[in-house]
Each structure stands twice: as structure tokens, then as C-alpha cells.
Design a protein around this ligand. Structure first.
Ligand code: IPM
Ligand code: MG
Length: 303
């Protein structure tokens, strides 16, 4: 595979909302790589922002945890690391074949991500104001060390109001389950971010609500928002799918479009719709109402 390179392209749109994609006729991986990764790289969407928030009446697999415990944000680096495709295979098909897949990080790529995360933590409406770097610097001594130094240097110099914190990624998965209330904002490299946000997604009730943004925070940057789930083709046309994750992604998009109040109103509508108990479950077919009716309920609450 050719290494993936960021090749900024000009595109005449303010933002993108990506619906759930996938089709049974298309082999897994083709759409993901061809659309999702390609767009992230082409538009240099170097931040993957994944809020992890448990809304009221939403079931979490964690025992004795509620909305007051699960409310943090993961800032995942989105265009670097092992996802750049650096590496290859030699002597393929022989007993001695060798495959490499290299985690690469340059200082500027780490710095722009960590800077975004500090700014985000500073602005976030939380009491903790804590930025946890998640890595594996005890083993990944080159890349991990670069992230650790950037996190500390930048924090010391520019963000004295933000508390610095560090977790190894393996320990982080344990704390997600044991004490999710510990976290405020997490910043992490691409692959670790991919893995921990699936775990985080299930803590907040699964794919029915999990949304994320692929963000290019630069002036004129084009960002893309998406529900975390796939397209669930077996439910096509049945009016049973939960639209909340897509609506939530749309809400996040409003923030980027310079409409933070609208973003808040949409988030509150999702919160209130769930708090009202009218939506029985987040699972397809078990919501107690159809896709359209959930959409109508949110539309009523925002208007
Ligand atoms: C995600 C997905 C993608 C990723 C896949 C579909 C390429 O898992 O957005 O988390 O690995 O980034
Ligand atoms: Mg993933």
C-alpha cells in the first residue's frame, strides 16, 4: 500500500456531514479507507473529536455509573502515526516474509494536535480543566517520548491554568471502566485514539448516540462530522434506526460553522428527549417509535 499523505485540496463547502456508510455488496474496509480515511487526509482533518457523554435514561454497561460519571472528551490525532501507511512487506508469501507498519510522528504534527487539545480543555465547561495524555511511553520510547515532551513543554509555557496528566493506554482502558469520572479531556495518538473511543462509545450507550468530528481547525479548514455507527443495511427503509448519533454529529457541525448556540440547543434537545423517557431504548427497533418520530421529537424540541 502507498503511504497516505496529506495533500490539502481546496473544496468549496463549509463543512461535511457524513451519513452512516456501508453496503453488503462492498467488502469491509473499502468504503472506510476510500472515503473516510481519504477525506481525513485530503482535507487535513487532523483532529478527531469524540465527546463521550452518557445522557439520562441511556443504559451503560458500567455498574453503578450514571450521567454524572461519564462526561469526557477524547481528542484523537487523526492524520498521523500508523495510519499513514508507512511500511511494507518483503519476501511476501515466503516462509521468511516480513511486514512492517511504522508509527511516524513529527513534532509539528504532535504540536498542532496537543495545542488543539489544550485550547479545547481551557474552553470546556468543566471544573477539572485537566488534559490527560494517553500513550505508551514506557514501551514506545521514541514516539511516546515526543508526545510526553510536547505535552509538558506546551503546557508549562502556554497553559498553566490546565492541569497536566498522563496515562498509559492500557491503564486508561482500565480506568474507563473503573472510574470514568476521573477524565476531563484526553489527547492521544491516532491508533490508541481509535481503540479507546470504541470502548468509550459503548460506555455512553453505544452507536445509537456516539458522534464525532474530523476537524481541520485552521482558518478555512473543512471539517467532517459523522455518526460512529455503520449503515446497518438490514434495516434499510424500515424506519427503525436511531437517528440521534447523526443528529448529534449535525449539532457538533454547527459549532464549527460558528453557531455554538445552535449546537447547544441541539445537544439539549437530545438530552431532553432522552430525559423525557419517551425513547424506550437506543437500539434499532426497540425505541418505541420510528426513526422519523425520533427526528420529529428532536425537531419539536429545538424549535
Ligand atoms: C473510526 C474507524 C476508522 C478508523 C476506520 C473505519 C477506518 O474505526 O473512525 O474510528 O480506524 O479511524
Ligand atoms: Mg474506530
Amino acid at each position: 500500500m502507498e503511504p497516505r499523505r496529506t495533500r490539502p485540496v481546496a473544496i468549496d463547502t463549509a463543512a461535511l456531514l457524513l451519513g452512516a456508510i456501508g453496503h453488503p455488496d462492498v467488502k469491509p474496509g473499502i468504503l472506510e479507507v476510500g472515503i473516510l480515511l481519504k477525506t481525513r487526509f485530503a482535507l487535513d482533518q487532523y483532529i478527531n473529536l469524540r465527546p463521550v457523554k452518557l445522557y439520562p435514561n441511556v443504559e451503560t454497561p458500567l455498574k453503578d455509573k450514571g450521567p454524572e460519571h461519564i462526561d469526557f472528551v477524547v481528542v484523537r490525532e487523526n492524520t498521523g502515526g500508523i495510519y499513514t501507511g508507512v511500511g511494507g512487506v518483503t519476501q511476501k508469501g515466503t516462509p521468511l516474509e516480513v511486514a512492517t507498519q511504522v508509527m511516524t510522528y513529527s513534532r509539528p504534527i504532535v504540536e498542532r494536535c496537543v495545542k488543539y487539545a489544550y485550547e479545547y480543555t481551557r474552553k470546556r465547561n468543566s471544573k477539572k480543566k485537566m488534559l490527560t495524555l494517553v500513550h505508551k511511553c514506557n514501551v514506545l520510547t521514541h514516539c511516546g517520548d515526543l508526545w510526553v515532551r510536547v505535552h509538558k513543554e506546551m503546557g508549562d509555557a502556554q497553559y498553566p491554568d490546565v492541569k497536566q496528566d498522563y496515562n498509559h493506554v492500557d491503564a486508561c482502558t482500565m480506568w474507563f471502566v473503573k472510574q470514568p469520572e476521573y477524565y476531563d479531556v484526553i489527547v492521544t495518538e491516532n491508533l490508541f485514539g481509535d481503540i479507546i473511543t470504541d470502548l468509550a462509545g459503548i460506555l455512553q450507550g453505544g452507536m445509537g448516540v456516539a458522534a464525532g468530528g474530523n476537524i481541520n481547525p485552521e482558518p478555512g479548514g473543512v471539517s467532517m462530522y459523522e455518526p460512529m455507527g455503520g449503515s446497518a443495511p438490514k434495516y434499510t427503509g424500515k424506519n427503525v434506526i436511531n437517528p440521534l448519533a447523526t443528529i448529534s454529529a449535525g449539532g457538533m457541525m454547527m459549532d464549527t460553522l460558528g453557531e455554538p448556540v445552535i449546537a447547544q440547543v441541539i445537544d439539549k434537545a437530545i438530552h431532553d428527549a432522552l430525559a423525557s423517557g419517551q425513547i424506550k431504548s437506543l437500539s434499532a427497533g426497540k425505541m418505541g417509535m420510528g426513526t422519523r418520530e425520533v427526528g420529529d421529537l428532536i425537531a419539536k424540541l429545538v424549535s
